[in-house]
Design a protein around this ligand. Structure first.
Ligand code: ADP
Length: 478
C-alpha cells in the first residue's frame, strides 16, 4: 500500500506541536514492505533547509495562479517526503499559521487550499504520473480541502480517504467570500458540505468527504461526538459516529529514552534511577533554581494557553512555594500568560523559573530533571508531554479528559494494590481541584519508595508507535 500523508507539519522538518510529532513518527513505525508512506508538506523555509537528497518531480501552476514545483527528498530521520515549492505561498519564517502578534497570517485560505489541491492532484497522478497513492491520510484543517478536491474529480475509484483530527479547536474557518477562490463546485457551499454557520470550514470538508475520521485517543473520539465538547461539530460527528474512532498516539521511544538521550546530564532507567537526581540538579542549576534534590520540582512544557489550564497553574504557584516546592516553566503562546509567568519568575527567584520560547533540547532536560509535570488541560485530544514524562520517570498530574484520561492511571489505593498507577488525576478543572492534586503530589513525594514505584510503572510501559501503527494499518486496508 502506498500512503500519502498530507500535513503542514512534520518532525524534524517543521514543528509547532503534537501534529508534527505524529506525522514524523507514525510513517517510520510501519513495515515499509507492506505500508510505504510519503509525507506531502508545504515548502516553508525550515522544511527546505532540512530536506536532503532532493529531486524535482513536477512543475505546475497552482490554485493561486503561481508557479509551483514538487521536490522529493528525505528527512534526517529517513522519512520520504514530497515538498511543494511555492515561495509566493510558503516563504514564511516562524510559525506557519500566525504572525509575531499572534494573528492568523494573511492568505491562509489560499495557502492551504493551494496545498490541498496539489495534494489531491499528486495523489491521483495528475502532477507526476509515476506517483499515485492507494490511500490519502490528511491531518487537520490545513489538509481538509484535499478531500473536497478529490470528490470534485468524480473518479470511479479514487484513493481511500482518512482524516485525522489532532485538535478540533482548529477548524480552518474563513469568510464565505473566499469560496469562489477555491474553484470548487458551487454546490459544495452548503450546510451538509463546506458551509459552517455562514463561513467556509476546511476541517468540515475533510470530515464530510472522508471515508473514516480518526482522532488521537478513544476518550477524545467520544467527547467530540457530544454537543458540549464537539465545538460545533458534535452533531455532524455523531451523525457519522461509526466512521469516527480514536487511536492513541505513541511517542518515538528512540528520541525519548533516558538511557541513551545525549541531551541530558546523566542516563538512567527503570532499573536504575540514580541518574535522575543528577539531571534534577543540572536542571536546577541551568534554570537558576536553588539546587536541592529534596525540594519537589514541578514543571510545565507546553503551549501557554487556557486550553492547557495554565491560568490555574499560575494561581497555584504560591501554594507550591509555601510547601517548599519549585516550578520550571518552558513554553510560549498567549502573550498575557507569557508575561505573567515571567513576572512570577522575577518575584520568586530561585523557586520559579520561566523560559519563554520553543526549545527541544531544554524540553528533554526538563522532562529528565523534574519530579512532576502539570497538565491540567480543559480538553486534550491526546497530549504527548505526559507520555514523554512517564518515559522519563516524571509523574504526570492531569485532568481526566481526552488522551490524558486514556494514558495516565491515577495512583489511588486500588490501582496501587494492583501494581498500577502512573500519575495523579484532578477531579475537576478548577483551582481547588488543582491544589488538591498538588497536595497529593507533595504527600507522595515524601515517600520515596512510593514515588519510585509510580515512576517505574510509567517507565516500564510500551508507549511506542507499534500498536497505534497496527491500528492505522488496519484502517488503510479495510
Ligand atoms: P499540543 O496541543 O501543543 O500539540 P502535545 O502535548 O500533544 O500538545 O504536544 C506538544 C509537543 O510539543 C510535545 O512534544 C512537547 O514536548 C512539545 N513542546 C511544547 N512546547 C514546547 C516548548 N516550549 N519547547 C519545546 N517543546 C515543546
Amino acid at each position: 500500500m502506498n500512503i500519502l500523508f498530507v500535513s503542514s507539519e512534520c518532525y524534524p522538518l517543521i514543528k509547532t506541536g503534537g501534529l508534527a510529532d505524529v506525522v514524523g513518527a507514525l510513517p517510520l513505525a510501519f513495515d515499509p514492505s507492506i505500508t510505504n508512506t510519503t509525507v506531502f508538506l508545504p515548502g516553508f523555509p525550515d522544511v527546505l533547509k532540512n530536506i536532503k537528497n532532493t529531486q524535482k518531480i513536477a512543475e505546475f501552476t497552482d490554485l493561486a495562479g503561481g508557479k509551483s514545483s514538487l521536490v522529493k527528498g528525505t528527512s534526517s530521520t529517513g522519512l520520504n517526503v514530497i515538498v511543494m515549492i511555492a515561495p509566493h505561498l510558503f516563504d514564511l519564517e516562524g510559525n506557519p499559521y500566525v504572525d509575531m502578534q499572534g494573528h492568523d497570517r494573511a492568505g491562509n485560505h489560499i495557502r492551504y487550499a493551494a496545498f490541498s489541491k496539489a495534494a489531491s492532484d499528486l495523489s491521483i497522478g495528475k502532477l507526476a504520473d509515476l506517483y499515485t497513492f492507494d490511500c490519502v491520510h490528511a491531518h487537520d484543517w490545513q489538509a481538509g480541502l484535499t478531500f473536497a478536491y478529490l470528490e470534485a474529480e468524480n473518479l470511479p475509484k479514487g484513493p481511500k480517504r482518512i482524516l485525522t483530527i489532532h485538535n478540533l479547536a482548529f477548524q480552518g474557518l474563513f469568510p464565505k467570500e473566499i469560496f469562489a477562490q477555491l474553484r470548487l463546485p458551487s454546490s459544495m457551499f452548503s450546510s451538509n458540505q463546506l458551509e459552517y454557520w455562514g463561513q467556509v470550514s476546511y476541517l468540515k470538508a475533510g470530515v464530510v468527504f472522508s471515508d473514516h475520521v480518526t482522532t488521537v485517543s478513544p476518550t477524545y473520539a467520544a467527547e467530540i461526538k457530544t454537543e458540549e465538547l464537539g465545538m460545533g461539530f458534535g452533531g455532524l460527528l455523531n451523525a457519522i459516529k461509526d466512521r469516527v474512532s480514536g487511536i492513541t498516539n505513541g511517542i518515538d521511544q528512540g528520541i525519548w529514552d533516558p538511557e541513551s538521550d545525549p541531551q541530558i546530564t546523566a542516563s538512567y532507567s527503570a532499573q536504575s534511577l540514580a541518574g535522575k537526581a543528577l539531571c534534577k540538579k543540572a536542571l536546577q542549576e541551568k534554570m537558576g533554581l536553588t539546587r536541592s534534590v529534596k525540594k519537589p520540582l514541578f514543571c510545565v512544557i507546553s503551549r501557554l494557553t487556557t486550553q492547557k489550564g495554565l491560568d490555574l497553574v499560575l494561581k497555584a504557584i504560591p501554594h507550591l512555594l509555601k510547601n517548599g516546592a519549585q516550578i520550571a516553566i518552558l513554553g510560549s503562546g498567549d502573550h498575557d500568560l507569557e508575561h505573567r509567568y515571567l513576572e512570577a519568575a522575577d518575584k520568586y527567584k530561585g523557586s520559579v523559573s520561566t523560559y519563554i520560547g520553543y526549545n527541544e533540547v531544554l524540553a528533554h532536560q526538563v522532562q529528565a530533571g523534574a519530579d512532576f509535570i502539570l497538565i491540567p488541560s480543559r480538553f486534550e485530544p491526546c497530549g504527548l508531554t505526559q507520555l514523554c514524562a512517564m518515559r522519563y520517570g516524571t509523574i504526570p498530574v492531569v485532568t481526566r479528559v481526552g488522551g490524558l484520561n486514556d494514558t495516565v492511571i491515577d495512583c489511588n489505593e486500588s490501582a496501587l494494590k494492583l501494581g498500577l498507577g502512573t500519575g495523579i488525576h484532578l477531579n475537576d478543572v478548577t483551582e481547588n481541584a488543582l491544589i488538591e492534586s498538588l497536595d497529593r503530589s507533595l504527600g507522595l513525594f515524601h515517600s520515596k519508595k512510593l514515588t519510585n514505584k509510580i515512576r517505574k510503572n510509567g517507565m516500564k510501559q510500551d508507549l511506542s508507535w507499534k500498536s497505534p501503527a497496527q491500528a492505522y494499518n488496519d484502517l488503510y486496508s479495510l
